[in-house]
Ligand binder design. Structure first.
Ligand SMILES: Nc1ncnc2c1ncn2[C@@H]1O[C@H](COP(=O)(O)OP(=O)(O)OP(=O)(O)O)[C@@H](O)[C@H]1O
Length: 272
C-alpha cells in the first residue's frame, strides 16, 4: 500500500450498526478493506474493535447495514463458504477438553473436508506445515490444556493458518505472548501477507507494533471509525489526544517512514 500499488476492495462495511440486545455499539459506520493489505484495528478499550471484527467475520449479525465480501453480502455465504474465505482468531479462543495440538489445528481444515475427523493427505500436510510454522512440532501430540498461554496462542494461530483462507482476522493475537513471540507472530503475519498475499485484519493495542506491521490503520473510538489511512496519516498528535488521551513524541523511522511513538504520557499527567 505504501508503495502505491493498485488495490481492489475485498470487503466493504456499509452503513453498519451493531450491538448487543437493545444496546447499539456501532452506529452507521462505513469502511472498505483492500485486498492484500494488513489492516490494523486500533482504539481504546471498549471502542468496538471486537464488535466490528465479529460482524465482519459473520460471527455476529448486523443490526443494520451490511458487510460485502467480494461484492457479495456476507449473509449469503453459508458457514463453510465463509470459513473458506475468512480464518478467524477470536480474542479468547477456547479449545474443547482433551484435544491435542494436532487435533486443534486440524479443525482449521473443516471447511476443506467432508467432515470432522476425516483428513485427506493434503489436509494432513497443511496441519503439519501450520504446526511447524508456529514452532510447535515438538508439542503436536501434547494436550492443548497442558500448553503455556503463549504456546496455546500459537496453536490457535496454527489452526487459522491451516484453514488456508485468503483473509485472516485476528483479535489481539499477541496477547499472552512474550516480546520475542509477539514480534515473531507479527513477522509471520507480514510474511503471510507478502508471500501468500493474505489480506489481514488484526486488532492490536501496541501502537508502535501497529505502525510497524500494518499498511492501513483503522482507529475506533466509541463505536465510530474515527480515522482510516496509513500509520503516518492516522497516528497524529491530535488522534493520540482525542482517541487515547495520551501525548507522545512521534518520530518517523528513517528506513520505513513508519511513525514510532516515544515518551507516551497520559494527558492528565501532561496537564499537571
Ligand atoms: N457480549 C456482549 N454483550 C454486551 N455488551 C458487550 C458484549 N461484548 C462487548 N460489549 C460491549 O460493547 C462495547 C465494545 O466492546 P468491544 O469488545 O467491541 O470493544 P473493544 O474495542 O474490542 O475493547 P477491548 O480493547 O477492551 O477488547 C463495550 O462497551 C462492551 O462492554
Amino acid at each position: 500500500m505504501e508503495g502505491g500499488s493498485r488495490m481492489s476492495t475485498i470487503m466493504a462495511v456499509q452503513h453498519l450498526s451493531a450491538g448487543y440486545g437493545r444496546t447499539t455499539i456501532i452506529n452507521d459506520q462505513t469502511l472498505t478493506i483492500e485486498a492484500g493489505v494488513i489492516t490494523g484495528l486500533i482504539g481504546p478499550n471498549g471502542s468496538g474493535k471486537s464488535t466490528l471484527l465479529n460482524v465482519m467475520n459473520g460471527f455476529r449479525a448486523p443490526l443494520a447495514g451490511r458487510v460485502l465480501l467480494k461484492d457479495r453480502p456476507l449473509s449469503t455465504f453459508n458457514h463453510k463458504q465463509r470459513a473458506a474465505e475468512i480464518a478467524c482468531l477470536t480474542q479468547h479462543p477456547v479449545a474443547p477438553e482433551g484435544i491435542t495440538v494436532a487435533e486443534l489445528v486440524s479443525y482449521g481444515r473443516y471447511c476443506h473436508s467432508k467432515g470432522l475427523g476425516w483428513l485427506r493427505r493434503r489436509d494432513q500436510i497443511s496441519v503439519t506445515e501450520a504446526i511447524s510454522t508456529v514452532h510447535l512440532t515438538a508439542f503436536k501430540d501434547t494436550l492443548v490444556s497442558e500448553l503455556s498461554g503463549g504456546q496455546r496462542q500459537r496453536a490457535f494461530i496454527a489452526m487459522t493458518l491451516a484453514q488456508n483462507s485468503p483473509i485472516m482476522m485476528l483479535d489481539e493475537p499477541t496477547t499472552y505472548l512474550d516480546l520475542p513471540n509477539q514480534l515473531e507472530t507479527l513477522a509471520l503475519l507480514r510474511q503471510l501477507n507478502q508471500v501468500h498475499k493474505k489480506t489481514i485484519i488484526v486488532v492490536l493495542h501496541d501502537l508502535n507494533q501497529a505502525a510497524t506491521y500494518c499498511d492501513q490503520l483503522v482507529c475506533m473510538t466509541q463505536g465510530r471509525v474515527n480515522a482510516v489511512g496509513t500509520p503516518k496519516a492516522v497516528l497524529t498528535h491530535e488522534l493520540l489526544a482525542t482517541a487515547f488521551h495520551v501525548s507522545a513524541d512521534i518520530e518517523l523511522n528513517a528506513n520505513t517512514q513508519r511513525p514510532q511513538l516515544t515518551n507516551c504520557q497520559p494527558m492528565a499527567a501532561v496537564a499537571q
